[in-house]
Design a protein around this ligand. Sequence first.
Ligand SMILES: [Mn+2]
Length: 442
Amino acid sequence: MNFEELFSEHISYLQNEYNKILEKNNIEHLIIHSGQLKYAFLDDLQYPFKVNPHFKYFVPVTNNPNCFLHIRKAEKPVLYYYNPTDFWHEQAGDPEGFWVNEFDIKIITNVDQAKEKLSNLPHSTYIGEHADELASWNFTKSNPEEFLHEVHFMRAAKTEYERANLREANKVAAKAHLAARDAFYAGGTEFEINHAYLKSAGILEHQEPYGNIVALNEKGAILHYTNLRTQKFSKENTHSFLIDAGYDLNGYAADITRTYSFKNDEFSELVRAMDGVLLKSIEDFKIDVAYTESHLKSHTYIAELLKQFKFVDLDPEAIVEKKISKIFFPHGLGHFLGLQVHDVGGYLQNPLGTQVTPPEDHPFLRCTRVIQKGHVFTVEPGLYFIDPLLKDLKNSENAKYINWEKVDSFRKFGGIRMEDNIFMTETGKENFTRNAFKQLKK
Ligand SMILES: [Mn+2]
């Protein structure tokens, strides 16, 4: 099937599901806003536009503010598409591409033209960020929770069209990852490595689904490090490279992390071992099993490495039980992935909005959901040498179990994270990321 056919199927599915949701919530007119441009305080400079994810669930246009999608039960959705006369700025242009046939498109050159059609409608619901600015449109409701829960719950299971986007986004990102890796081994700075990534992916920085993390040496220990140093390291002082970078295709995000050792040393063995932890963790995911279970299991794998590489002198069970593994692996195993990098619905247990928060000891876990077929999520175990956390450890009664000399000698490497994007099929899994890298090696 080509993209046009996949998209047509996607929209049919959404219309069917939304019909039920509209019915249930007594919504006659659903109005989804793409968004508005935001400006810096007392300035005419705009922030990069980030489209409403509810809008791009239907319309794969991510760069056009002031659009409105009007959805009614069993009717072809109407898209008010913004295309003003403006000689100052480049506009999104005429609507074109694989998606246009699914909508009744009406071009507007100013927002008032949409207001004329969409204000004062009975049983109307507005979904978007600007309910206050649009108060005079008199929507019955804005962003009602019961509607959001329904959609956020269903969004976890991806249609074939969505999977195709995520699969293709992984291919572009994997290729760019290899370009970044080559730039690292060629002695590039963080700034230069990032450029190699962007050049390969063919994107500008604001088109990334999230700020690239490009970390050399000890900066790998900063989980969300986005500073890009221009500092050049000698070969002697180049140790490691952690890159967490994705790609956005039609509003769907790839989210991939890899770590490399500059030399053939014990750190490179640890990187390989962490790749093994990632693969084992992926294996743990099963239909009808909560994400939380795989997260908890991954702590045992990390603990095994902490013992095997002689960082901690305890059995793996004791390392987990004494909460030492959390010092080295302080974040969650992963999260849902889709229209948002940390996609919604990770804690929802049903469309009514029942939430399960993560276990008390694991507050940063972003997904507690029972995994079902169609779900797409990341798996990203990590092992880091984080100064402030190690300081706490040193001041705790667990300090005596730690081989500090060994730990200290690894601080210069920062840390390791390996991250793949996984789709649960009926019978198993598709690893978008591994498959993408494998294809490139052929
Ligand atoms: Mn991630």
